[in-house]
Write a protein that binds this ligand. Structure first.
Ligand SMILES: C[S@@+](CC[C@H](N)C(=O)[O-])C[C@H]1O[C@@H](n2cnc3c(N)ncnc32)[C@H](O)[C@@H]1O
Length: 324
């Protein structure tokens, strides 16, 4: 395999949630290195449609999944556009949110605040063919708006001081690289590690989430899910940020559409966390799309189905066909 070194998080737990069946069709909308996709395709004689918006991930997963031949179809694109990129009638779907280790580790992507990545341009886009870079985004924000983003998406309490320092560096023409950004953050809050994490961590995370519109993408995926899955199809979503997990939890709480497989999110075992510290903050939530029969007996579901039928001109169980 190519040098795409990403450790798959909660792999067995995702497979258990989806329970792949022969002849069924699944989607992995965050292919990355293809770890979850490979596990699903190995568990049954099923088909899988893969999606990612990152060229390097598409290349790595294409290589890794080649052995499954025409059981796999890979498409490049954002999962926020899943309603257009995927067929309906899926038996299951997995989304493993956030970034892959190679995206963080490849200094040229501009997502890393590590000292050896100091000369990387301030980019941070997962899809480098579209959208604003982190540098352009910062330029488009006023100081207050930048502080709000750093506070909300990074949960950074020193957001105002940091935003002021970043804007000052920008005005002085000293904000071109990840090293410049890190320097501006250290100027505001010092360079000492607070509670074991680098002081630049939260600001880098906030900007990455904003650059890639990660929460907007998730919202669009969550609202498309009921149309994409067939009745009894399962959605399994791994999040790494409380703002993501809250959205998934809220979506699956719609009892007219979803039957969550468990009340609490599934977390990584201590053994997995030792092997892969990134798994520490992972939360997997899985839910089954309720069937039409359940919808009939559940008055809330009937109301929801009627609302959807009015909106889309069809019932909730349209389009059972898998991929061609
Ligand atoms: C955590 S990695 C997935 C790793 C994969 N599950 C594995 O086991 O190798 C997340 C992947 O999702 C992709 N991604 C993140 N947001 C996306 C979006 N909105 N649309 C499509 N792909 C996205 C990233 O490019 C990255 O490759």
């Amino acid at each position: 395999m190519s040098g795409f070194a990403h450790r798959t998080v909660l792999r067995d737990e995702v497979v258990r949630a989806l329970s792949p069946r022969d002849g069924a069709t699944y989607a992995d909308v965050t292919l990355g290195g293809g770890g979850h996709a490979e596990a699903i395709l190995s568990a049954a004689n099923c088909r899988l449609i893969g999606l990612d918006r990152d060229d390097a991930a598409i290349a790595a997963s294409t290589e890794r999944l080649e052995k499954f031949g025409d059981r796999v179809r890979i498409t490049r694109g954002p999962f926020g556009d899943a309603a257009n990129l995927l067929p309906s009638g899926l038996d299951g779907l997995v989304a493993d949110l956030g970034v892959s280790s190679p995206q963080l580790d490849d200094a040229s992507r501009g997502m890393s605040f590590r000292r050896d990545a100091s000369d990387a341009p301030l980019d941070m886009r997962m899809d480098r063919s579209t959208g604003q870079t982190a540098r352009e985004l910062i330029a488009s924000f006023g100081e207050e708006q930048l502080a709000d983003v750093i506070f909300e998406l990074g949960e950074e309490r020193a957001s105002r001081r940091i935003a002021r320092s970043i804007k000052r560096a920008e005005e002085a023409g000293q904000l071109a690289t990840t090293g410049d950004l890190r320097h501006a953050i250290y100027q505001a809050v010092g360079g000492d590690k607070r509670s074991g994490i680098d002081p630049a961590t939260r600001t880098f995370q906030a900007l990455r989430i904003a650059v890639n519109d990660e929460l907007g993408e998730l919202d669009r995926l969550l609202s498309a899910l009921p149309e994409l899955l067939s009745p009894n199809g399962v959605a399994a979503i791994i999040s790494f940020h409380s703002l993501e997990d809250r959205r998934v939890k809220r979506a699956f709480a719609d009892g007219a559409t979803w039957a969550p497989l468990a009340k609490k999110p599934i977390e990584a075992s201590p053994e997995e966390i030792v092997e892969n510290p990134r798994a520490r903050s992972a939360k997997l939530r899985a839910a089954r799309r309720k069937s039409a029969t359940e919808a009939e007996v559940d008055p809330r579901a009937a109301k929801y189905a009627a609302r959807r039928a009015r909106k889309h001109g069809s019932g909730p169980d349209r389009g059972q066909g898998g991929p061609s």
